[in-house]
Design a protein around this ligand. Structure first.
Ligand code: GDP
Ligand code: MG
Length: 174
């Protein structure tokens, strides 16, 4: 039997980008419309990834923390999902500073990371082109997904679960 490594994942991004909806989609395969936006929660989850059982602890941050709280979450995590909303350019512009803070907190370690553009179902309201997301991910040397917490049928490459699984793989590689 394969052992069951534990990884700690934290989800970051501006309030309203859909962090809670994404985490719940990953855990339950359902979409739930409303969460308390100020709520911060942790969840436990087990998944079989590449035929190995991986235990995850997932921190869904509120996105309204001050720098000290953010740094605490960053120290806690082994890997990070940086989320923006493709219909909110400001949320995209928040990503690079988050990555900067992560590098500072984790230095000199490499930081396992996935960039996720959420709300890909709202194509008509898009403010951030797919290519911009790809470019930012290339700059940060991380995987990139566009997806929707509403539906796994939208976006690139395997939906929400694939982004979480890829992050677990990235952590295990180090
Ligand atoms: P958080 O503050 O980052 O945790 O964001 P929430 O998960 O609370 O979501 C904020 C709002 O965006 C809620 O009204 C959600 O229903 C909505 N939302 C989240 N993900 C999606 C998505 O993929 N598509 C659409 N259309 N709405 C979403
Ligand atoms: Mg939330």
């Amino acid at each position: 039997m394969a052992k069951s490594p534990e990884v700690k994942l934290a989800v970051f991004g501006r309030a309203g980008v859909g962090k809670s909806a994404l985490v719940v989609r990953f855990l339950t395969k359902r979409f739930i419309w409303e969460y308390d936006p100020t709520l911060e929660s942790t969840y436990r989850h087990q998944a079989s990834i590449d035929e190995e059982t991986v235990s995850m602890e997932i921190l869904d941050t509120a996105g309204q923390e001050d720098v000290l709280q953010k740094e605490g979450h960053m120290r806690w995590g082994d890997g990070f999902i940086l989320v923006y909303d493709i219909t909110d350019r400001g949320s995209f512009e928040d990503v690079a500073p988050l990555k900067g803070l992560l590098d500072e907190v984790k230095r000199p370690k490499h930081v396992p990371l996935v960039l996720l553009g959420n709300k890909a179902d709202l194509e008509h309201a898009r403010q951030v082109a797919t290519e911009e997301g790809e470019r930012l991910a290339a700059d940060m040397a991380c995987a990139f997904y566009e997806c929707s917490a509403c539906s796994d049928q939208v976006g690139t490459g395997g939906g929400v679960a694939e982004a979480f699984h890829e992050l677990c793989r990235e952590i295990r590689r180090r």
